[in-house]
Design a protein around this ligand. Structure first.
Ligand SMILES: Cc1cc2nc3c(=O)[nH]c(=O)nc-3n(C[C@H](O)[C@H](O)[C@H](O)COP(=O)(O)OP(=O)(O)OC[C@H]3O[C@@H](n4cnc5c(N)ncnc54)[C@H](O)[C@@H]3O)c2cc1C
Length: 384
């Protein structure tokens, strides 16, 4: 029987970073993942690591994550790209919010630079002159390739830190027995740990289904697309966030003018109804990822989320993207739906059972940015 100090269920970004911090504390750690490789939101996402988009509390976790990604990149190539993030304003209201967010970040000692229209046009080839009014640039922010990062991170944890990884291992039971925690997988294998951390992402059927059905967790479904590789030599660097992101991201809610500006928005507009904002990120291989839309459903209603791409939304997003950038190709190579879970009233779902079983999930749309830093804080509490 496997016996570890810490067992983590769920090999997504949140589970993997909990495993990382337990290993850093010298613990023996097992990571159990129901698929051979994780297939949840950790590999479906945009790959923007953008603490600038968070309010002050979560920005601290995001900044800790930046340090963690860099530390690991120094030992093992997990594919991070160091090109910063830019928020592009398209009108005076959005420009006001950028100026206010710049001041907040100066107070928080998080570097940011206000760029004029001409600076933005110079830095970002293809950016449309009649779209951009100005930009706010965050030089410390990074991008990751979602389809690659988690696999490299796991290789690092296994090869250099001594993690035991159990893929194709669906955990179906978890209970305290004789002072330690026993996990049982779908083949009847038993794993024992002093502490268990459950980072189950959006899977609410296998462990503690009653606990989740009583929660206010909801599923958010996003539509994403990826162009064919752009012409060699065409490069847009870093994370590109545009006007509707400025109106959507939590960080801007701390700006003095935010409430007044958002109150004037048309709730019936197509973009508001489908939770659309336009983001761009170019992969090292040349393709540009463009997103995204958001639709929500509670756990018991999530069958109502359409499991197919809505081409009206896709076409709308592409038309908007064309107003912002002129790319050498807007030909779409790949479209996909991604899902993450979030709580309606809290910023993450946490529950402790029998003192030593710690459920942590529903980190929302901020998991690639905040998980490393949040897991450090949480693992310190769990192991204290
Ligand atoms: C389209 C999209 C774009 C996004 N863009 C960004 C972005 O740019 N920046 C950002 O910061 N965040 C982004 N996010 C959010 C981010 O991807 C998520 O917050 C994050 O991946 C959540 O990680 P997780 O580990 O909690 O969940 P998951 O990635 O879902 O991992 C949970 C894992 O647990 C496993 N599991 C569940 N139950 C069991 C069980 N009983 N036994 C064994 N294994 C189990 C699952 O198989 C899964 O691999 C985006 C999300 C989506 C969908």
């Amino acid at each position: 029987m496997v016996k570890k100090d810490v067992l983590v269920v769920g090999g997504g970004v949140l589970g993997s970073f909990h495993a990382y911090w337990a290993l850093k504390q010298g613990k023996s750690v097992g990571l159990l993942e129901k698929d051979m490789e994780p297939r949840g939101s950790t590999v479906q996402n945009f790959g923007q690591v953008v603490p600038s988009g968070f309010g002050s509390k979560w920005q601290k976790f995001g900044r800790e994550s930046l340090n963690t990604y860099r530390d690991i990149q120094g030992c093992h190539d997990i594919g991070i790209q160091e090109n910063g993030s830019i928020y592009l304003a398209s009108n005076d209201e959005e420009q006001t919010l950028l100026e206010e967010l710049h001041i907040i970040n100066q107070q928080n000692e998080y570097p940011s630079f206000l760029w004029s229209k001409s600076e933005c046009l110079k830095k970002y080839p293809g950016l449309k002159r009649d779209y951009v009014k100005g930009g706010l640039f965050f030089p410390l922010e990074i991008s990751i390739n979602a389809r690659q990062m988690i696999h490299e991170l796991r290789s690092f944890l296994v090869e250099k830190m001594g993690l035991e990884y159990y893929g194709n291992t669906l955990v179906q039971q978890c209970e305290k027995k004789n002072g330690s925690i026993e996990l049982v997988d779908s083949r009847g294998n038993v794993y024992c740990g002093d502490k268990v951390v459950i980072c189950n992402g959006s899977d609410y059927q296998n462990l503690y289904p009653d606990c989740f059905s009583k929660s206010d967790i909801e599923i958010s479904q996003l539509q994403m697309m990826q162009t064919f590789a752009q012409d060699p030599g065409f490069e847009i660097k870093g994370n590109i966030l545009t006007g509707w992101s400025i109106r959507r991201y939590e960080a801007f809610a701390e700006c003095p003018s935010y409430a007044g500006i958002v109150a004037l928005e048309d709730e019936k507009s197509f973009q508001a109804q489908h939770g659309i904002h336009i983001l761009f990120k170019q992969l090292p291989s040349g393709e540009v990822i463009i997103g995204d839309s958001h639709h929500y459903a509670s756990i018991d209603q999530c069958h109502k989320l359409k499991d197919r791409i809505d081409m009206d939304i896709d076409n709308f997003m592409l038309a908007e993207a064309r107003k912002i950038f002129s790319l050498p190709t807007f030909g779409i190579k790949h479209r996909w739906l991604g899902k993450y879970s979030q709580c309606k009233t809290k910023d993450v779902f946490q529950k402790t059972i029998d003192d030593d079983i710690h459920i942590v999930t529903a980190i929302g749309g901020k998991g690639m940015t905040a998980s490393a830093g949040f897991a450090k804080y949480n693992m310190d509490l769990i192991l204290a």
